[in-house]
Design a binder for this molecule. Structure first.
Ligand SMILES: C[S@@+](CC[C@H](N)C(=O)[O-])C[C@H]1O[C@@H](n2cnc3c(N)ncnc32)[C@H](O)[C@@H]1O
Length: 226
């Protein structure tokens, strides 16, 4: 397969839907604002039956120090961080954050929330010991830009924890994903479900320490460093 070159001159496999896919940042914000109230129900099966929540819990328990969660959605990851973590969490959608605020109040936790674009994080270089994102590089219009930002705001040798889904390692399922990529993109607020998260992470120079595929070869638990 031909490779493509990033702005930094690194190579990665071409993603099947262009990296600058057709939903713009404001369109994505609207799309998530609209589904914020039903988001928990929409993902219930994946979280609790497929076992995504279990994977997130295991990965995020490794966070330490000052933690940033990028694209935190409705805040369902917050209880998975070690007790007493100093957490900042950002998302593009004010409505998703509204639900997140209600949820953390319910859990009795305290988090600094802010509306922010993952592709333009408003933090100085090296601000966090751990930077986390789950199920979001598939949605960012430009995942390379967002991963570069994640790398930039993580302190040198800090921890980057990503739980991302992508192209299955099972051929029939990967084919199914390819055949339905546009339908999935339309039905799931701009989600590219057949991209390769590890390729993207490596293409920006984030150093992968450990990665494991789970759930039909589609989900990647990635521990990395800036
Ligand atoms: C599939 S949801 C995942 C939410 C959460 N991380 C989880 O695992 O449940 C994707 C989230 O990414 C957010 N998002 C999409 N594009 C973004 C961007 N450019 N910057 C910040 N957040 C973004 C959406 O608002 C949404 O909350």
């Amino acid at each position: 397969m031909k490779t493509m070159t990033t702005q930094e001159g690194k190579t990665c496999k071409p993603q099947r839907i262009p990296l600058n896919a057709k939903l713009t940042v404001p369109q994505l914000q609207n799309a998530y604002d609209e589904i914020a109230d039903q988001y928990e129900k929409r993902v219930w099966f994946d979280q609790h039956v497929l076992g995504v929540a279990r994977l997130k819990k295991k990965l995020l328990s490794k966070a330490n120090g000052k933690v940033l969660e990028v694209a935190c959605g409705i805040g369902s990851n917050i209880p998975f961080f070690p007790v007493g973590s100093d957490i900042t969490a950002v998302d593009l959608s004010p409505k998703m954050l509204e639900v997140a605020r209600e949820n953390v109040t319910k859990y009795g936790l305290s988090v600094n929330f802010a509306v922010m674009d993952a592709e333009k994080l408003e933090f100085p270089d090296g601000s966090f010991d751990t930077v986390v994102s789950t199920l979001s590089t598939c949605t960012f219009p430009n995942p390379i830009k967002a991963l570069q930002e994640i790398q930039r705001v993580c302190r040198p040798n800090g921890l980057i924890l990503l739980l991302e889904h992508g192209h299955s390692s099972i051929p029939w399922l990967a084919n199914y994903q390819d055949r339905h990529e546009y339908q999935h993109y339309e039905d799931h607020a701009g989600c590219r479900w057949n991209q390769d998260p590890l390729d993207l992470v490596r293409s920006v120079g984030i150093k992968v320490l450990k990665s494991k595929r789970n759930i039909l070869g589609m989900f990647h638990s990635i521990e990395a460093t800036s």
